[in-house]
Structure formats: C-alpha cells, structure tokens
Design a protein. Structure first.
Length: 317
C-alpha cells in the first residue's frame, strides 16, 4: 500500500481521482503533541463510523469535529489530526489531512460489557486564539500589522504560521489600540482586525495545522477551483429530499359514486360509478404502459369524434 499526500498531485490528477468510476474511501487519525509533532498513528483505535468533521469558513472557529477513539490520551495537551484516504485502484492511496483539533471533555459510556470508546467534541486549533487577550495591544503607525499578527500567534504558543507576505512591508499608517478594558476582546479578534487593516482575509488554519491569511479577493474574482456538471446523470449535486413509500393499508382500488344524478337513475359502472385501481402492483403494468394506454384512448376518442361516431351523443352548448 502506497500513500501519497494530496498536495503532491496536480489539479488534473485530483480531478481524475475524484471522478473515477470506482473509489475506495478509508479514514484514520494521528495523535500529536502540543506543537503538532506526530506522536503516533492511532488509526487502529479510531472509529470512523462514529466520527465526523465539519467546517464553515464564516464561523469564528471554522472547524469542529466529533471523534471517537478507543484509547485514553492526554486530553488537555495532545491534539488529534483525522485524515481521509481515497484510492481508485486499492494500491495507491491519496491522503487528505482534515485539520488539527483540540479535544474538549471526552465522554465515555460504561456498560456491563465494559467501557466503550471515548467520544469527544473537538475544536479547530484556531480556538487557541479565541480567548480574551488579557493585555492591551498598541500598534504604532510605523509598525507592520502582519508582523504583529505573527507575534500574537507565536505568543499564544503556536509556531506554524504561514501568512502571505504581499503586505509584509505595509505599515499600519495610524495608531491602533486594543485596550484591556474590553475584557471580552480575544486574541483572534485583534489578529483579524490587524489583518483587515491591510486588506487581508480573516485568519484560518489549514488542513495541516498552519495559521494562514491572504489578501482578500471577492469570490467573483477568484479562479474556478472545481467544476461540476449538475446536469450529468451521475452528478452528486442534487436537492436534498426524502422519498417515502407507505404501502401499509394502502387501497389497491378506489370506487367513487356520483350523487348529483336524477332520482330515478341508478348509478352503474362507467355512468355514476367510477373506479381507480392499482394495476401497477397487482398486474405488473408499468407507468409507461398506462400512459401509452391513456394516450391511445385519447387518440381513438379524438378520431371517433372527427369521424362523426359521437354525433348523436355530443351536443354543442
């Protein structure tokens, strides 16, 4: 089994992989220390079926995860890095890391048969910065906001910082003060305010655990990263919907009787008594066959009317 990182593949290779006729998918998890160094691959103790990762770029903390592992770890300091493996030939597997996560309080059920695996909610490592800063921060007009952001991140104990350097030499231009009086002001809010002052997008952490930010570009100005044909028969793009077929006590035949007839008239089938029958299930007549029969019936009726067969039955009004 050969494993390659997704970052080593070209866009064309990734598209070919993800649109292959057959895909095999697997998942695993790494245990990391507080500096994101690998301690162990704990895939054998990882329960993918009960785990999930969710990301939304407009949330304060972009990523969350619910992971299930069958081992105890140092919950207060160690980190988890789930990953997914995809292959189209069962030989070469492409690996995507899904982010670095900080475990919160783990839950573990204990039954008569023994303890169950730990189920733990996790937060994207950007949550390290999502706490009150605790001191005032002042940026002078000649200071460089990007450098200040790096200092704030490393000051929180994080070393993996990879900010786009386009505005590295751009000074603040005016004094920016973040006072300790604002008790709820977080380090992340200060970082994002400084980034915004030089036209950068909000801080985020990539799938490998690096703090990132780039000059902001409107979505309309960004290059296309993926094109999906929503009209294709094998597309994965579709409206979310639920189809329900409840056959319990469903009538196979429905009979209706007309009541607005002459008092002396006795309703008969076809004249006052009408039925609808489920012939698809009872007689294996498909919808297509029924539609064809209905069309043929209408065509015959139209032909009969045009030829005068119903001249005595149909009176103009």
């Amino acid at each position: 089994m050969t494993v390659v990182d997704a970052s080593t593949l070209t866009v064309a290779e990734l598209v070919a992989l993800l649109t292959a006729d057959r895909l095999a998918v697997d998942a695993g998890c790494d245990l990391l220390d507080a500096d994101d160094n690998l301690i162990a691959d704990i895939t054998d103790d990882f329960v993918p079926a009960n785990s999930s990762v969710d990301r939304a770029i407009y949330r304060t903390v972009h990523g969350t995860a619910r992971l299930t592992i069958d081992r105890d770890i140092q919950w207060g300091s160690q980190r988890l890095r789930p990953f997914v493996l995809i292959s189209d030939d069962d030989t070469t597997w492409v690996r995507w890391n899904l982010g670095v996560y900080l475990p919160s309080t783990p839950e573990r059920s204990v039954t008569g048969s023994g303890p169950a695996p730990f189920n733990v909610a996790c937060m994207d490592k950007i949550d390290v910065l999502n706490t009150p800063h605790g001191t005032s921060v002042s940026v002078a007009p000649t200071d460089f906001p990007l450098s200040e952001v790096e200092t704030l991140i490393t000051g929180a104990g994080e070393s993996k910082v990879n900010l786009d350097q386009t505005a590295a030499a751009t000074a603040a231009g005016s004094t920016q003060t973040f006072s300790i009086v604002d008790e709820d002001q977080t380090t992340l809010q200060i970082c994002n305010a400084l980034l915004d002052s030089v036209g950068y997008e909000a801080l985020w952490v990539d799938r490998d655990g690096w703090f990132r930010s780039n000059p902001y570009r409107s979505p309309a100005d960004r290059p296309t990263t993926w094109t999906v044909d929503a009209a294709a028969t094998d597309t994965i793009i579709a409206e979310t919907r639920t189809t329900s077929a409840d056959y319990y006590k469903a009538a196979n035949k429905v009979t209706g009787i007309r009541t607005n007839v002459d008092a002396d008239a006795v309703p008969v089938v076809g004249d006052g008594i009408y039925t609808a029958e489920n012939v698809a299930d009872g007689f294996l007549i498909s919808r297509e066959d029924q539609d064809a029969f209905a069309l043929r019936s209408q065509q015959r009726a139209a032909a009969a009317m045009n030829s005068g067969v119903f001249v005595d039955e149909i009176v103009p009004v």
